[in-house]
Design a protein around this ligand. Structure first.
Ligand code: SAM
Ligand code: SF4
Length: 467
């Protein structure tokens, strides 16, 4: 037993789950339809299911829950890789210290500003700033680069970053307080694998990251420091995907027990090839597309109110499918070669030696937005909750009362309208305008007229209008 991860218990729940009969699986599906989430025993029953017919039922329910809770909106963000200097030696990552083919860069405030201007000028409002772990680039550097990003504006396009989330190594309570002062949104730490034995195999013990428990409680410390939006994740492909889903659930349950609220989002990156990183080719736990589809659906049933983030690691056609199954946030127009955004459009060859792994969705933000709108999804750049103090427990209460759909959809429409006014290509503007008109027609009179008034304000040049 390591902290809240009890390997034996998880393994025995999974073994029991595999033995569950059809009726038991049906019962769990029925329970999941209540949208109250699942217990570890129930989750293990779904994970153990091998009946493809029952999986079709699980997928159908995941799609329904997604639609009921989140409506047809998808939050968009851009990752911004700031530094790839790293003291760790994670077997799967191109930034590991022993990788001599990685070109090391740490952007300075000016270079961050250049990246941010490039992102703002295509329409991004939400960033995820990503850092390696290095003593010379610790919390002071993070605060400095976060400030530089918030301060950068592109006035001619109404460009501004309204929310910065961070993905970085675990910090101390004191360091998290500094990030809270810098007004970050969510802090993400992925456990990579929840299996302590496997964790030791892929993270050499003589490294900072080799300490499983320091990482396991990283987000507990963040909450102690007052950062109440925290995000968990696992890197799928390091160990059995079913075990990792159970680990994510144990993590969420322990946070609920201690702080009264679970994680704001869950990420489930899949292991991708990376330069001079042979491990990514031979890991025996690589997750297939079918297994990945199953895990997305189970996550949606297991924690219905927790946001699910899917990145450009996945191919566009798979992203389409996973969005319908439960994903609520994606990135768009992504470049992960450090300094890549400032160099120009994504058609420019990426510099692989500067990036952590390969991505498989290289479309521009406008292409992603257009496709979402064509399929009836409202791309959302909304950041209203954080600025209205709807975070942590307050957000969860709000979510459980069905307000994600009632308030987030109008806010999504308003930020989409801003995008259409300031950044969209003619094709996107046409499709987007029709979609907004259609959504307004489907809205009841009172809320519709309030929304129309706000849309009018945006048309007259006002920005950052939200409910
Ligand atoms: N250095 C910090 C850390 O390790 O916590 C920041 C995170 S790292 C830059 C972002 C995440 O990328 C890691 O937590 C890991 O899950 C993921 N990652 C690393 N190598 C990967 C690969 N080859 N394919 C896909 N994702 C990978
Ligand atoms: Fe460093 Fe993070 Fe990569 Fe590990 S995953 S080598 S800690 S950047």
């Amino acid at each position: 037993m390591t902290g809240f991860i009890d390997v034996e218990r998880i393994e025995s729940l999974l073994a029991e789950g595999r033995r569950a009969d059809r009726q038991t699986v049906e019962d769990v599906i029925e329970r999941a339809a209540e949208k109250e989430g699942l217990t570890p025993t129930e989750t293990a029953v779904l994970l153990g299911c091998e009946d493809t017919e029952l999986w079709e039922e699980i997928y159908a329910l995941a799609r329904k829950i997604k639609e009921d809770i989140y409506g047809r909106r998808i939050v968009l963000f851009a990752p911004l890789y700031v530094s790839n200097l790293c003291q760790n030696d994670c077997l799967y990552c191109a930034f590991r210290r022993s990788n001599e083919e990685c070109a090391r860069i740490a952007l300075g405030p000016e270079e961050v500003a250049r990246e941010v201007r490039a992102l703002e000028s295509v329409g991004h409002k939400r960033l995820l700033m990503v850092y390696g772990e290095h003593p010379a680039y610790g919390v002071d550097y993070m605060v400095q680069t976060i400030r530089a990003a918030y301060e950068t504006r592109t006035p001619d396009r109404h460009g501004e970053i309204r929310r910065i989330n961070v993905n970085a190594a675990p910090l101390s309570v004191e360091d998290y307080r500094r990030l809270k002062e810098a007004e970050i949104g969510t802090f993400q730490v992925f456990q990579e694998t929840y299996h302590p034995g496997r964790y030791r195999e892929v993270h050499p013990p003589n490294t900072r990251k080799g300490d499983f428990e320091w990482r396991l409680y990283a987000l507990h410390r963040a909450q102690e420091a007052g950062l109440d939006d925290v995000a968990v994740g696992a890197l799928f492909g390091l160990y059995d995907w079913r075990f990792e889903v159970m680990g994510l659930l144990m993590h969420a349950l322990d946070m609920e027990r201690v702080f009264g609220v679970g994680p704001h989002t869950i990420s489930f990156p899949r292991l991708e090839p990376a330069i001079n990183t042979p491990f990514t080719g031979y890991s025996r736990w690589k997750t297939s597309d079918e297994e990945f589809k199953r895990l997305v659906a189970v996550l949606r049933l297991m924690v219905p109110y927790t946001g699910l983030i899917l990145t450009a690691r996945e191919r566009p056609e798979l992203r389409r499918e996973y969005i319908r199954l439960g994903v609520s946030q994606i990135d768009g127009g992504t470049r992960i070669d450090i300094g890549g955004y400032g160099k120009g459009p994504a058609t420019v060859e990426t510099e692989k030696e500067k990036q952590q792994f390969e991505i498989f969705d290289n479309r521009s933000l406008d292409e992603v937005v257009l496709e979402l709108a064509k399929t009836g999804y409202v791309p959302s750049f909304c950041t209203a909750c954080y600025r209205s103090a709807r975070t942590g427990e307050t957000f969860m209460e709000f979510a459980k009362h069905g307000d994600i759909k009632n308030m987030c959809l109008p806010n999504a429409i308003l930020t989409f309208k801003e995008y259409l006014e300031d950044f969209a290509s003619p094709a996107t503007r046409l499709v987007g305008t029709k979609l907004i008109e259609e959504l307004l027609r489907g809205t009841e009179n009172g809320p519709r007229s309030a929304l129309e008034k706000k849309i009018g304000r945006i048309e007259r040049g006002e920005r950052d209008v939200y409910c």
